[in-house]
Ligand binder design. Structure first.
Ligand SMILES: NC(=O)c1ccc[n+]([C@@H]2O[C@H](COP(=O)([O-])OP(=O)(O)OC[C@H]3O[C@@H](n4cnc5c(N)ncnc54)[C@H](OP(=O)(O)O)[C@@H]3O)[C@@H](O)[C@H]2O)c1
Length: 367
């Protein structure tokens, strides 16, 4: 991790610290060169040290965090001045209330869906749509907030968006069809009962398909912000999907079939993807993915695989693409995409969003 030249640490609170996304946030923030975890919050699991509330990941955490007493969101609201930024990883229904209240005063970096579809809230994936942060200026003006909500994408859409962005921008997209195979950690902790998922596939995830179809267009949209007013231009490709829960612990795999508008070849698409650097290139952000995308060659047709690609925390920010081939449809291609739902798709992705907003001057510590 890179240092931030000795400036005071940015004080953070994490809400939802005992959940799947929240644990990943805590790991990514503990020992972070810019941020310092100041408080941890929950609803049912409170008034105990963090180490008494989580069973896994303890070996990855500092003593200070393990001994930090988890408290309620009320407690955070009563001490809001001692915090510079809030990370929120709570269910959407509660996020709708809690995040809005907190954003009146402080930046809220959210993994939840509650605000994603509001036109003044970016679904920030800085590598792909780094300029969307400008929607925050509209948000602050319209809502009269000192802080703001910055949402991250749904954990299935995130890998799809990274993989499609370079293709969409160079060749255009006419259609996109996908089938997801989503890990159980995407359903939170303790998640799907073992008897329902072991040796099984559940061909339904509530509201997931809608989220993917709406979010991919907002993430790939262009935004113009003038006089604190945001105007979005959404892509017009046709998209549909089918989402499945599979007995994989971490990592969402997607089979995608797409048709480009400009005719192209597998070789040209691979070169375009390999050249893609994105908005965060050269910014020296600690959680910037390196590489942004890893493309497997045709001599490894059995990759990517969740069990093989996520062998170190660093690879959790990379999007993996394999099996890129033409199809029998006009200008048609297919590929397999794998991304880490907890790293890029939740905690570490949210931390990258915050790092990017520090870089843009929207988050800062107190001197
Ligand atoms: N899991 C993923 O892969 C993933 C990826 C991207 C986005 N997300 C999003 O991230 C959010 C969290 O998902 P998750 O999978 O981590 O769920 P989870 O494992 O069920 O965790 C939920 C967390 O929220 C806390 N919480 C619930 N209600 C609360 C309230 N009223 N006040 C304060 N804390 C509250 C819980 O704390 P208590 O136990 O103390 O109640 C728990 O720590 C969701 O919005 C989800 O859609 C998840």
């Amino acid at each position: 991790m890179k240092s931030n030249n000795g400036t005071p640490p940015i004080r953070v609170a994490v809400i939802g610290c005992t959940g799947m996304a929240g644990r990943n946030l805590v790991i990514a923030l503990d020992k972070h060169p810019w941020f310092k975890i100041t408080s941890l919050h929950g609803s049912r699991n409170v008034n105990k040290p963090y180490k008494d509330l989580i069973k896994i990941s303890q070996g990855l955490l500092s003593k200070a965090v393990l001994n930090c007493k988890v408290s309620t969101v009320d407690d955070l609201e009563n001490n809001i001045d001692s915090i510079d930024v809030i990370f929120s990883a709570i269910p959407s229904e509660t996020a709708a209330l809690i995040e809005g209240r907190l954003a009146e005063f402080k930046p809220v970096i959210s993994t939840a869906a509650a605000f994603r579809y509001d036109s003044d809230v970016p679904i920030l994936l800085p590598v792909v749509n780094g300029d969307h942060y400008k929607a925050i200026f509209t948000q602050q003006r319209l809502r009269n907030w000192k802080g703001f909500v910055c949402a991250g994408p749904n954990c299935t859409t995130v890998g799809l968006a990274v993989a499609l962005a370079p293709i969409f921008r160079k060749f255009g997209l006419a259609t996109v069809h996908l089938v997801s195979m989503q890990a159980i950690s995407g359903a939170g902790y303790p998640g799907v009962p073992s008897f329902d998922i072991l040796g099984n596939i559940i061909p339904y995830i509530e509201n997931e398909e809608n989220k993917v179809k709406i979010e991919i267009k907002k993430i790939l949209a262009t935004i113009k912000v003038e006089n604190s007013k945001s105007t979005w231009n959404f892509p017009e490709f046709v998209i549909d999907c089918k989402c499945n829960r599979v007995p994989v612990i971490t990592g969402h795999t997607i089979s995608v079939f797409f048709q480009t508008i400009i005719p192209t070849s597998v070789k040209e698409i691979k070169n375009t993807i390999r050249d893609f650097k994105g908005y965060t290139n050269g910014l020296n952000l600690p959680h910037n993915p390196e590489p942004v995308i890893h493309v497997f060659n045709s001599d490894t047709p059995d990759r990517p695989q969740p069990c093989l690609e996520f062998h170190s925390p660093k690879t959790g920010m990379t999007t993996f693409i394999g099996g890129l081939e033409p199809t029998s449809f006009e200008n048609g291609f297919k590929m397999t995409i794998l991304s880490n739902n907890l790293e890029l798709g939740a905690g570490s992705g949210a931390v990258l969003n915050a790092e990017y907003l520090v870089e843009k001057g929207l988050i800062g510590g107190s001197e």
